[in-house]
Design a protein around this ligand. Structure first.
Ligand SMILES: Cc1cc2nc3c(=O)[nH]c(=O)nc-3n(C[C@H](O)[C@H](O)[C@H](O)COP(=O)(O)O)c2cc1C
Length: 193
């Protein structure tokens, strides 16, 4: 099986839902397995309400074992959330040994408002992945929904807009999240084949 890491941070579950759908897309590709992992919390007032319905905490071995990685975070003032950045800042050993070099990666995010910084957050997550030598894949415009959606889903990565309250992903967001999962898995298989 080709193991594909889906690593995310989520306080209220929106980003976790996207992670689940990316995982479903990954597993639509033959012999690909989605390995869902989250990151350890860090002490801030907001994260003290962290829900318990979560996936296992990522280990450094997960980075070694994966053939590709999808990485997601809620928008935090136009940037990735601190717990995810905190984990990334602990990956010097992987950077030194080149653990992630030439593995494909994609990014995903969730925000409360449509223009609240999804694209900057997606790009903020790409930067450390590029330093790790990963090959970033986005969503191509051959996905028809990318032309028409009024919800989440961008060429830079999958996304969800919750408009403050709506935790349910829109069908367009689900379809585009699954599409990027399939694309990541297909790319990983081609590179490993
Ligand atoms: C400290 C903080 C900063 C935030 N900054 C933004 C922001 O800049 N733009 C935005 O649209 N939403 C912002 N949000 C809202 C979250 O991004 C949004 O509710 C997201 O869907 C939460 O994802 P989660 O359920 O995975 O935690 C912020 C939330 C918090 C707690």
């Amino acid at each position: 099986m080709t193991k594909i890491l889906v690593l995310y941070y989520s306080l209220h579950g929106n980003t976790r839902q996207l992670a689940r759908h990316i995982g479903r897309g990954i597993e639509q590709i033959t012999d690909c397995e989605a390995v869902l992992r989250t990151v350890a919390d860090i002490s801030t007032a907001a994260t003290s309400q962290l829900t318990t319905a979560s996936d296992p905490i990522v280990s450094h071995d997960d980075l070694k074992q994966c053939a590709a990685m999808a990485m997601g975070s809620p928008v935090r003032f136009g940037n990735m959330a601190a717990p995810l950045k905190h984990f990334l800042d602990s990956t010097s050993a992987e950077w030194l040994s080149g653990t992630l070099i030439s593995k494909p990666a994609c990014v995903f995010t969730s925000s409360s408002s449509l223009h609240g910084g999804q694209e900057t957050t997606l790009q903020s997550m790409m930067l450390p992945l590029l330093h790790h030598g990963m090959l970033i894949v986005g969503i191509p415009y051959s996905e028809p929904l990318l032309h028409t959606t009024h919800h989440g889903g961008t060429p830079y990565g999958a996304s969800h807009v919750n408009n403050g309250t709506n935790k349910q992903l829109h069908p367009d967001e689900i379809a585009l999240a699954q599409a990027i999962g399939r694309r990541l898995a297909t790319t990983a298989c081609k590179l490993n084949g």
